[in-house]
Design a protein around this ligand. Structure first.
Ligand code: ADP
Ligand code: MG
Length: 253
């Protein structure tokens, strides 16, 4: 088993009288794609933002690459890449100009064209964010998480609202990030996405983690209890038909 790079113990977050995160514990292993999987309101973003040092916790312990969130938040900030909402970007700057701006903010020297190539947006180098499709915007926002060469990338619902092609392009991109040795922690409420993309998932509901394991083992466990799908599965679904007819390529470009 790989080293534990994020360790969360008994994390609690209260908003006034409301307990949004109810003493959860989980570990993320170095080099994996870890998914926090749960419905809207489960506490996924709250949990992610606490680890990202962007939100105060009520209680509990968080260690990121050995650094204690309470004592060394600046060390944690340096080694993580956090996806921001693209709506917050300066609308009149081009993608290259934005990356250059972020380079300045992070005191880094990332090559804008290499980053854009990584997320398949080289052709759009001189475009503005407002001129991009939804999937392209999401890929660009993932590119911005890589500027400071992070050890861990945080993605909060990176594929929500995207069409099937754009989702698959983003999955490919996330796998490529992991291939380079970067750990990815992401949230999603798409079960199919977690199943094909995540090495391990924690299922979170109403502020509690119900289970944490690989998708395979969770499914095998359910099957071993005698569970059977009510209907025999076909070898493809409507999404496969759609992708097959319209093409896997970057049609959104
Ligand atoms: P998720 O990302 O899983 O959809 P969130 O972490 O955003 O869930 O929210 C968890 C719960 O906490 C929800 O019930 C939400 O309404 C509540 N919540 C989130 N942020 C705040 C806040 N700033 N003040 C009060 N309640 C909040
Ligand atoms: Mg959320």
């Amino acid at each position: 088993m790989n080293n534990i790079i994020i360790s969360v113990k008994n994390l609690v977050k209260n908003y006034g009288n409301f307990q949004a995160v109810k003493s959860i514990s989980f570990d993320v292993h170095e080099g994996e794609i870890f998914g926090l999987l749960g419905p809207n309101g489960a506490g996924k973003s709250t949990t992610l933002e606490i680890i990202e040092t962007l939100r105060e916790k009520t209680s509990g312990e968080v260690l990121v690459n050995g650094f204690d969130l309470d004592k060394q938040p600046d060390e944690i900030k340096k080694m993580i890449g956090v996806q921001l909402q693209t709506s917050g970007y300066y609308p009149n700057l081009t993608l290259v100009e934005l990356i250059t701006l972020f380079n300045g903010l992070y005191n880094r020297n990332a090559d804008p064209m290499a980053l854009l190539e990584m997320v398949n947006l080289k052709d759009k180098a001189k475009s503005k964010v407002k001129e991009l499709s939804g999937g392209q915007r999401q890929r660009f926002s993932v590119a911005t998480t890589l500027i400071n060469d992070p050890k861990i990338v945080f993605l909060d619902e990176p594929t929500t609202g995207l069409d099937p092609q754009a989702r698959r392009n983003l999955w490919e991109l996330i796998r490529n990030i992991r291939k380079k040795g970067t750990t990815v922690i992401m949230t999603t409420h798409y079960m199919d996405e977690a199943e094909v993309l995540c090495d391990r998932v924690a299922i979170i509901d109403a502020g509690k983690i119900i289970v944490e394991d690989t998708p395979d083992r969770l499914i095998d466990h359910l099957v071993s209890t005698g569970f059977e799908r009510p209907k025999e599965m076909k070898h493809a679904n409507l999404e496969d038909v759609f992708i097959s007819l319209t093409g896997h390529s970057l049609r959104e470009d």
